[in-house]
Design a protein. Structure first.
Length: 316
């Protein structure tokens, strides 16, 4: 088969329809056995690589400028590798018969909507049972990217709800909107670049590795380049995430979408701030439950927008 065969020929599939299928599959199976033993977790494997490189290259006895250069070299190399790998995989999936199944599998692995919702539901269930210890335990994997484990252990019920809402908004922007947006814009190269930037920044921002004391191996100037790349890649998805979450609040009793939009652009983390602000007037016992509904509705709106784009591509 010719490498120049157009997408859609010989059993190929339009990327937007693949994305829609992936959203449906993850929406049904997310949080269950999607990471098979022979695939592992792609984000976890990349995080392990980032940590290993940081431990080797980010020595505290080196000058800050040298650490910054090493970190920039690592971040640039991993970003370039992600683009190259995405381009290679995309070349195969677009031009070999039925190789789109590989692309679909990759999308299901890297998009996260139902898995995040299940983690939020677990926090809600633990709070409903009256166990703060259990609630903190299930909150930890949901909020670990923004809150240190020691800080989570000190939270009361109100703090747990607030941290869960912030984490849901952050995850919606970082693990759903960002992969979707960059895949729509640049295909697999964009998706792989976004995932690499996200994992590098999350890994190198961790302050307490393995329960130890002090800053993690990626702390200091070494992680500056990775964090800058992640902020650039996440900016537009974060704004879009805030808009979708605020729009979804209109379908939930007590939701205030306009308040969410106003709050979203006053500080860092637009989507996280928007989700908290849209439910500011909802009573504490119902706040997390309503946030999960807003999250689910926003996921449906996102899928609807992808479907509309797919129809536009077909000329409807």
């Amino acid at each position: 088969m010719s490498w120049t065969a157009p997408p859609g020929a010989w059993g190929a599939a339009d990327p937007l329809f693949l994305l829609l299928i992936a959203l449906g599959v993850e929406g049904y199976l997310g949080g269950r056995a999607l990471r098979f033993a022979w695939t592992g977790n792609p984000r976890r494997a990349l995080a392990a690589l980032c940590l290993d490189l940081a431990r080797r290259l980010n020595r505290r006895e080196r000058p800050p400028a040298a650490r910054r250069r090493r970190g920039a070299l690592v971040a640039g190399s991993l970003a370039f590798g992600a683009l190259a790998l995405g381009w290679t995989v995309g070349l195969v999936t677009r031009h070999y018969p039925f190789a789109w199944a590989l692309e679909l599998f990759v999308l299901v692995l890297l998009i996260d909507q139902r898995a995040t919702w299940r983690q939020g539901e677990a926090v809600q269930g633990a709070l409903a049972s009256g166990s703060l210890v259990r609630a903190r335990e299930v909150l930890r994997p949901l909020a670990i990217e923004a809150a240190a484990p020691a800080d989570i252990e000190r939270l009361d019920s109100g703090g747990i709800v607030g941290a869960a809402l912030e984490a849901l908004g952050r995850r919606f922007a970082g693990r759903l909107m960002a992969p979707v947006l960059w895949y729509v814009v640049l295909g697999l190269p964009g998706l792989f670049l976004q995932q690499t930037a996200y994992v590098m920044a999350a890994t190198l921002s961790v302050q307490d590795i393995g329960g130890g004391k002090g800053a993690g191996p990626g702390a200091g100037p070494y992680g500056d380049a990775a964090r800058s790349l992640a902020r650039a890649v996440a900016l537009l998805p974060d704004v879009l995430g805030a808009i979708l979450l605020s729009s979804a609040a209109a379908f939930v009793p007590g939701g205030r979408g306009a308040a969410g939009l106003r709050r979203a652009f006053k500080g860092n983390g637009a989507a996280a701030a928007a989700l908290s602000a849209t439910l500011a007037d909802v009573g504490a016992p119902l706040r997390l439950n309503r946030a999960l509904v807003v999250f689910a509705v926003a996921c449906l709106i996102n899928a609807g927008l992808i479907g509309a784009l797919a129809l536009l591509r077909l000329g409807f």
